[in-house]
Write a protein that binds this ligand. Structure first.
Ligand code: G3I
Length: 349
């Protein structure tokens, strides 16, 4: 008799739990992604969307505690005319971040892309080019001194074979432009954390080792370089968990903070003709993000600079327009609804 009543009570408990209305366990009202982790959770933000799309601003300021300006702090935006600096958009982003207790990661002082038009036509000696770049770096870093705690000083300076990228900076200043850029930044803000940032560092072991070797040597010679940003524009197939883990390990064991600086996880990197993401693809994306966060959580805290997503919603991503394909690489859909990747991070970690 006793077993029968136990069985009945068990069935009642199971039945009852199945009938209770499921309250979404990962709605964005009751969950804030950055509260879940001891390291900063960032998002690349667009100035116009922040200030003209209230839902974009609300979700960005509530779910994240670090901002990277997707474009507003690049050279083309900050010095659109030679010697004339435009800080309004960057300042507006900074103001919004400050009132929401959000830190800012500055991106980026030196890059071969998004250089201003006047620079395309600049003519001068090596010294003229050095003075030009030094002035840009020291004007910008000096302007934000004490308010921006970390900078991508140099972005994407290495080719996939580990050689130095043949950029406008290498052409006109020479290979020392990288070291000089870090030195110039440090001169005006000794307290800012200075990063090198690049893509494919997990996928391309040869490139990764050359980058780490270069900055290990530079640091040994006295250069302040605090961290390396692994951008992580990845997809559900590659790089593998092992490759990502090796990259994180090799960077921190070389003594550099690790910033997963531009995370997006494509689910349609083959460019299939799809209108909507499939359930299985969204699960693979969620599982990949889970693994990345688990790997990152194992980092010694002093080497965790944070994980930054490169955009808010799938339709905010640079990927669809750049590669002319539909893709769904981020945390939220175009209606600001959390996707399985967000729910996985909220519920499983
Ligand atoms: O601001 C102009 C606007 O005035 C003009 O009307 C419009 C149409 O031509 O272009 C606007 O500029 C665009 C800019 O984004 C701001 O929206 C540029 O064309 C466009 O090329 C630029 O794309 C950015 C890209 O860097 C430039 O290479 C993406 O938003 C940005 O997500 C992407 O981010 C880079 C990181 O900085 C470095 N790592 C790689 C990552 C992806 O490329």
């Amino acid at each position: 008799m006793k077993n029968a009543s136990l069985l009945i009570s068990l069935l009642l408990i199971i039945g009852n739990s199945c009938t209770k209305p499921k309250i979404s366990a990962c709605d964005t009202q009751n969950n804030k992604l950055h509260f879940k982790f001891d390291f900063p959770i960032g998002v690349a933000v667009d100035h116009n969307k922040l200030f003209f799309q209230p839902e974009y601003a609300e979700l960005s300021t509530s779910q994240f505690n670090s901002f990277t300006a997707e474009n507003a702090m690049k050279m083309s935006q900050l010095q659109p005319l030679e010697g004339q600096f435009f800080f309004d958009d960057a300042e507006a982003i900074l103001d919004l971040a400050v009132v929401n207790r959000i830190q800012i990661h500055g991106h980026t002082l030196v890059w071969h892309n998004q250089i201003p038009n006047w620079l395309e036509n600049f003519e001068g000696t090596q010294r003229d080019w050095e003075e030009l770049l030094k002035k840009h770096i020291q004007t910008v870093v000096g302007h934000f001194k004490g308010r921006i705690e970390s900078w991508d000083v140099v972005n994407e300076a290495f080719e996939e074979d580990g050689s130095l990228r043949k950029s406008i900076w290498l052409e006109h200043i020479g290979p020392d432009y990288i070291i000089k850029a870090f030195q110039w930044a440090k001169e005006v803000d000794p307290d800012a954390l200075l990063f090198y940032n690049d893509f494919n560092l997990a996928l391309n072991e040869k490139k990764r080792k050359k980058v780490i070797q270069y900055f290990t040597k530079a640091a040994a010679q006295g250069l302040q370089i605090d961290g390396i940003g692994m951008q992580m524009h990845i997809n559900t197939s590659y790089p593998t968990t092992t490759e990502i883990g090796n990259c994180i390990t090799e960077i921190w064991q070389a003594g550099f903070k690790v910033h997963i600086s531009e995370l997006d996880i494509s689910i349609n990197h083959k460019g299939d003709d799809i209108a909507f993401p499939g359930t299985e693809a969204l699960k693979k994306q969620a599982d990949k993000a889970y693994v990345i966060f688990k790997l990152y959580q194992n980092l010694p805290p002093e080497f965790q600079h944070g994980i930054t997503f490169w955009g808010l919603r799938d339709n905010d991503s640079w990927i669809p327009s750049t590669f002319n394909r539909t893709d769904f690489p981020l945390l939220f859909d175009r209606e600001y609804r959390p996707k399985p990747i967000y729910c996985k991070l909220i519920q499983s970690l």
